[in-house]
Design a protein around this ligand. Structure first.
Ligand code: ADE
Ligand code: ZN
Length: 326
């Protein structure tokens, strides 16, 4: 329809995308074959059938298992290019890719292979599709502070090619306070700051992300809405929220998309954006997320334009580049 064409044609930035979460079952099989890695699935259909989650941890278990087929620099290049090829069709002109180095270095992959493969895919995507991109190094919060420090140290030779640090994985029981010192060290190195907070975790975790990590944007942030004073603070700070509707549905953060708070966020004046999180696992890329939430909550074209504009103002692009996009 016209509405779908409008969504796809809207130039947008994607701010919340785990590149490992864009590994489609087809590529998983191809890499398993190429690298002679055994996977516990007989077919692409069987893989897709296993993607039924009742919470974040359910998903993470299968997501980390899937990442095991990624073994070489070329694999990371191909993974990134597959994402950009798909994102180009959705009107993505800029993407800030989160990657989880610990998922790979803990399996014995050199950090250099992971990041050089991604950077190579990012260069190819800019040449082929004109999509600009940057990297967000995300620490796994279920692992220790010490492990996060070791990861930051590994990244040292590439700091000029990493825009920001982030925090992801199992939220409940791993509050932002656990990583306050690592994030302070990252800030001192000139890295920008984001963190997942308020996806499953309570509003207090969002507060900690602001106070202790000094986040410049908030990944998810849904549960911040439970605390009126916190909402007022997010408003006054002009905080960007990277919201992921289909992820929220698949991970049971919302029971139904009809209950999703995205339009409430917009009505409150919060700078919400729409993103795909882990598109291969949650059944849709960024335009699918725009479409699904627009339909479920009756968003107007004006709302969609606001969401797309927020994706640029909330990006880590230089101000003058943002100005060219909004
Ligand atoms: N890692 C990949 N996707 C994630 C999500 N939605 N929340 C936390 N960690 C993640
Ligand atoms: Zn995420």
């Amino acid at each position: 329809t016209d509405f779908d064409t409008f969504i796809e044609g809207l130039p947008k930035a994607e701010l919340h995308l785990h590149i490992e979460g864009s590994l489609e079952p087809e590529l998983m099989f191809e890499l398993a074959r190429r690298n002679a890695v055994a996977i516990p699935f007989a077919s692409v259909e069987e893989v897709r059938a296993a993607y039924a989650f009742s919470n974040l941890q359910d998903f993470l278990d299968i997501y980390y298992a899937g990442a095991d087929v990624l073994r070489t620099r070329a694999d990371f290049h191909d993974l990134a290019m597959a994402y950009f090829t798909r994102a180009a069709r959705d009107g993505v002109v800029h993407a800030e890719l989160m990657f989880d180095p610990q998922t790979h270095t803990d399996r014995g992959m050199p950090f250099a292979e992971v990041i050089e493969g991604l950077l190579s895919g990012m260069r190819a995507a800019e040449a082929q599709f004109g999509i600009t991109s940057s990297l967000i190094l995300s620490f796994l919060r279920h692992l220790s502070e010490e492990a996060a420090f070791a990861t930051l140290e590994m990244a040292e030779p590439w700091l000029d090619r990493i825009a920001a640090v982030g925090l992801d994985s199992s939220e409940v029981g791993h509050p932002p306070s656990k990583f306050a010192r690592v994030f302070a060290a990252a800030r001192e190195k000139g890295l920008r700051i984001t963190a997942h907070a308020g996806e499953e975790g309570p509003p207090e975790y969002v507060q900690e992300a602001l106070d202790l990590l000094k986040v410049e944007r908030l990944d998810h942030g849904n549960r911040a809405l439970e605390d009126e004073a916190l909402v007022a603070r997010l408003l006054s700070e002009g905080m960007t929220l990277t919201v992921c509707p289909l992820s929220n549905l698949k991970l049971c953060v919302v029971e139904d998309l009809a209950d999703h708070p995205l339009d409430r966020m917009l009505a409150l004046g919060l700078r919400a954006t729409v993103n795909s999180d882990d598109p291969a696992y949650f059944g849709g890329y960024v335009a699918d997320n725009y479409r699904a939430i627009a339909k479920a909550r009756g968003l107007s074209r004006e709302d969609l334009v606001t969401l797309a504009r927020n994706s640029f103002t909330g990006s880590f692009l230089p101000r003058e580049t943002v100005a060219r996009h909004v």
